[in-house]
Ligand binder design. Structure first.
Ligand SMILES: Nc1ncnc2c1ncn2[C@@H]1O[C@H](COP(=O)(O)OP(=O)(O)O)[C@@H](O)[C@H]1O
Ligand SMILES: [Mg+2]
Length: 343
């Protein structure tokens, strides 16, 4: 005999479709094969604050659910066992500081979880987080609002590459997974014979990979703070000392890169980069803080690489460094980030 698969059926929740969801949930619970599955129905209350584990029997007794719609009366959940999605201590907090990066932290998933239980959290919301983490969707959006990005070709696993040279110009190219950070899975490709191994490396991390033109020029990054009236921090100019570009080791190893604040570029170009960064921030719909990465093509034309909705936040990370140059000490920066979350 196989062990039964435990299926948690989530239903209800903080939505005008709360009742509809209970009906769907009830049907799912009623129709999942009891010989194959151990069913754990979990009703999220209409306020989103209670996570209630109940039994199949109770769920099947739910009738006339729609009659309750529009009345303030919530379906009696008194016989349910209150569980917590996040642990009671966490649910008692007033704000959650999300100090996480990449998938399941920066991509909207944890944000969504916190929304459903009604907890305030730092940084961007679900959509902006999701848009920021997906470099391909991000680029499609940027193209529509005329934000300069590198020429690129997106490739799915197994897909044939055609006309790379016509679409990107000549080598070198830059290859990266569409949804990673910290330069994970990236590589600079100088010759055609190296393309295959670069693609393989990137495909280890995601099913979609971007092949970019390699943009030559100074790299700068722009931290932004604020909600409705975001402002740009001084630009940081990055000179990788270990890698040929700002790769993992250059980012995280001791003396991996030299970072100049403010960037040593003209006032005019600085302003152009800041304006673009704010535009990107607003288009994506960010909140609290973010950092936009750029390369200045031929040291004169800003090209946007990506937005980080939860950039590195150690005291020596790029955004805190930029904040300090603007007179905002690390502790004060953290206060600000929390204030943006609660205001
Ligand atoms: N098209 C490109 N041309 C040149 N360098 C690039 C290009 N794309 C990325 N890079 C380099 O790789 C680094 C990481 O790329 P980025 O798009 O910012 O992804 P990540 O999320 O990993 O930081 C950049 O900081 C830059 O040094
Ligand atoms: Mg980056």
């Amino acid at each position: 005999m196989h062990k039964k698969l435990k299926v948690l059926v989530l239903m209800g929740g903080k939505s005008p479709e709360h009742e509809i969801s209970l009906i769907s949930g009830r049907e799912v619970v009623a129709n999942l094969s009891p010989s194959k599955y151990e069913i754990l129905p979990l009703v999220i209350s209409k306020k989103g604050d209670k996570w209630l584990l109940t039994s199949k029997e109770i769920i099947l007794k739910l009738t006339n659910v729609l009659d309750l719609k529009g009345t303030s009366k919530e379906i009696s959940l008194s016989t349910y066992e209150v569980v917590s999605s996040l642990g009671d201590k966490i649910k008692e907090s007033d704000v959650v500081f999300i100090a996480m990066h990449g998938v399941f932290g920066e991509d909207g998933t944890i944000q969504g979880m916190l929304e459903t239980v009604g907890l305030k959290y730092t940084g961007s919301g679900v959509l902006a987080s999701a848009l920021g983490v997906d470099k391909l969707v991000f680029r499609k959006l940027m193209q529509r609002v005329n934000v300069p990005i590198p020429k690129y070709v997106a490739l799915s696993k197994g897909e044939k590459i055609t006309n790379l040279r016509t679409r990107l110009g000549d080598y070198p190219y830059f290859v990266k997974p569409h949804n990673q950070g910290s330069s994970v899975g990236t590589s600079l490709v100088r010759k055609q014979k190296d393309l295959k191994s670069s693609l393989e490396r990137a495909f280890k991390y995601s099913n979609t990979v971007l092949i970019d033109e390699f943009v030559q020029g100074k790299e700068v990054t722009c931290g932004i703070l604020g909600n409705n009236m975001p402002f740009a921090l001084p630009l940081v100019e990055i000179h990788p000392l270990i890698g040929k570009y700002f790769d993992y080791d250059s980012k995280y190893k001791e003396s991996g890169a030299e970072e100049l604040v403010p960037a040593n570029i003209t006032k005019k170009l600085t302003q152009k980069v800041k304006d673009l960064a704010i535009k990107v921030y607003n288009e994506i719909g960010c909140r609290g803080f973010a950092r936009v990465d750029f390369i200045l093509k031929n040291n004169e034309t800003p090209v946007v690489l990506e937005i980080n909705t939860i950039p590195g936040l150690t005291p020596t990370s790029l955004l805190p460094k930029a904040a300090r140059a603007a007179g905002i000490k690390y502790t004060k920066l953290l206060d600000k980030i929390i204030n943006y979350a609660t205001e």
